[in-house]
Design a protein around this ligand. Structure first.
Ligand SMILES: *Cc1c(COP(=O)(O)O)cnc(C)c1O
Length: 220
């Protein structure tokens, strides 16, 4: 756990008005508690079971963000407490989140994960799928979810110009969607992009949430 780095990052984020999602996947509860003691409240996990176990163990005012791929049949486990789901990539998943949110008498905040990299392995909606989803009657009937913005992961490369153009593309897509589908509300305000290796670049292109793990907690 690198407290010095934590201070540096949070100071830098403050200048941009962005927030840190401290990605604690695979790390023990003690590491999370140590960062919590420094004032950190938002933690990101990529597995439902792990996040739920940590939620049960740790202080209840932690905001838990799910950042990894989410299977429909696991939504019920996180619906009672999850603060933001970054990884929504289908209407079917969104419908299940809505259903479980209603059962828990709450509204669940979500980001739509967009495919911006040129790697086959990364999840996310294409632009076409995105427009299809947002203009569908099924989506528009959902009452217990709130789309707060977009999430994306850049290509894993040393080519900074390429990473920057992917982030800039996501920022522009966000602006386009805001004008087209969310002009009546100010809740569509979040752009989750940037990890340990590229969060500086993401900040330059308008990230409001950066997801940083190994730089804070050490290599996994
Ligand atoms: C693991 C992970 C991160 C954090 O990556 P680091 O390189 O450890 O900062 C960010 N986003 C997602 C979706 C992840 O799975």
């Amino acid at each position: 756990m690198n407290i010095e780095k934590y201070r540096q990052i949070t100071q830098e984020l403050d200048k941009y008005g962005a927030k840190l999602v401290a990605v604690s996947k695979t790390k023990p509860a003690e590491d999370i508690q140590a960062l919590y003691n420094q004032g950190q409240r938002i933690f990101g996990e990529n597995k439902v079971q792990e996040m739920t176990a940590k939620h049960e163990q740790l202080p209840k005012d932690i905001h838990w963000h799910l950042i990894g791929h989410l299977q429909t049949n696991k939504v019920k486990y996180i619906a009672p407490y999850v603060s933001l789901i970054h990884s929504v990539d289908s209407l079917k998943l969104l419908q299940e989140i809505d259903k479980q949110a209603e059962k828990n008498n709450r509204t669940i905040d979500c980001l739509l994960q967009i495919f911006i990299a040129d790697e086959e392995t990364k999840f996310g909606l294409s632009k076409e799928e995105l427009h299809q989803l947002l203009s569908s009657a099924e989506y528009q009937s959902l009452q217990h979810i709130r789309i707060r913005g977009l999430m994306g992961m850049a290509t894993n490369t040393d080519d900074e110009a390429k990473i920057e153009s992917e982030f800039e593309g996501l920022k522009q897509l966000h602006a386009e969607l805001k004008a087209k589908y969310f002009s009546h509300t100010d809740t569509f305000s979040q752009l989750s992009m940037g990890m340990s290796s590229d969060y500086h670049l993401a900040l330059k292109h308008g990230a409001t949430l950066v997801r940083v793990g190994s730089m804070l907690f050490g290599e996994r």
